[in-house]
Design a protein around this ligand. Structure first.
Ligand code: PMP
Length: 286
């Protein structure tokens, strides 16, 4: 089954799913996006993702030209048409076509794109063994320059951090903010577990407020595991009993090593495993 792409109201196969070279999303990274997935054909936390898309757009003074309820309908319809049981969705809203100047006022009509493709996940053996993570030298963008809470089309710091991780032979990277606090992975939020307490940086620290992150905080509450949102340093990560990352496609991924320090016993810990089991029950039942 091929992926399908909805562009401003028309559904295309990948071959004709194209945008103008004058779109400011391409020229300036002027736009926002979302990444969602389905379980058994149903989009997980669709409304939370769409609310974050609208908030990201608002923060960059971009109006999403499709009403919220229509986005829900169109998204569900696209998933249904592709027939993927486990689909990955990418929603993109760009400033639209303008001229070569930077002025967003030249772009009169924002573009909305929704891509529905088959989901690709971390290999199962990586999930079982845990990831090797290194700290990236590339910091997060300063939150007053481009808030990391905006899921914008400017992902270059995250792309470069991921590149650093790849060249260092690591599975993932840890990104720090400009004052050295721990922020997030290249496309995941970070959690640590210390003496039975789950700890993660607060959104105000300059991270993306992940939908999976919110689900994990809910799950921990339900399981009676205490959660603290607080600023963390690499010391906290190195000395944690457990570390894991969360994200839409990767769900909850254990980390077994950070900057050549084994985490805990060097294998997925009991709190991580409990939350992974809770997440599986929530998304797949049983
Ligand atoms: N941080 C960044 C930078 C991300 O791009 C993502 C999404 N891939 C996340 C965290 C995790 O967010 P979510 O759980 O909503 O996928």
């Amino acid at each position: 089954m091929p992926p399908l792409v909805w562009i401003n109201g028309t559904i295309h196969p990948p071959e004709t799913a194209t945008v103008s070279v004058f779109d400011h999303g391409l020229l300036y990274g002027d736009g926002v996006f979302e990444g969602m997935r389905t379980y058994g054909g149903k989009v997980f936390r669709l409304e939370a993702h769409l609310r974050r898309l609208e908030a990201s757009a608002k923060a960059i003074a971009l109006e999403v030209p499709v009403p919220f309820d229509d986005l829900v309908t169109v998204t569900n319809d696209l998933v249904h048409r592709t027939g993927f049981a486990d689909a990955y969705l990418r929603h993109i809203v760009t400033r639209g076509v303008g001229d070569l100047g930077i002025d967003p006022r030249r772009c009169t009509s924002p573009s909305v794109i929704i891509i529905c493709d088959e989901l690709k996940m971390f290999p199962a053996e990586k999930l079982a063994a845990g990831l090797r993570v290194v700290t990236a030298g590339t910091p997060m963008p300063h939150r007053e320059a481009l808030s990391p809470r905006v899921k914008s089309l400017n992902y270059l710091p995250h792309v470069l951090a991921k590149h650093e991780g790849g060249t260092a032979g690591a599975d993932e990277v840890l990104m720090l903010d400009s004052s050295g606090h721990v922020a997030e992975g290249s496309g995941q939020n970070l959690f640590i577990v210390t003496e039975g307490v789950v700890r993660t940086p607060p959104p105000s620290a300059g991270i993306l407020k992940g939908v999976t992150r919110d689900v994990v905080i809910e799950l921990a509450g339900r399981e009676g595991v205490p959660v603290r949102e607080e600023l963390l340093n690499r010391y906290d990560v190195y000395t944690a009993d457990e570390v894991f990352l969360t994200g839409t496609a990767s769900e909850i991924v254990p980390v077994r090593e950070v900057d050549a320090r084994a985490i805990g016993a060097g294998c997925p810990g009991p709190v991580t495993q409990r939350l992974m089991a809770g997440f599986r029950r929530l998304t797949r039942g049983g």
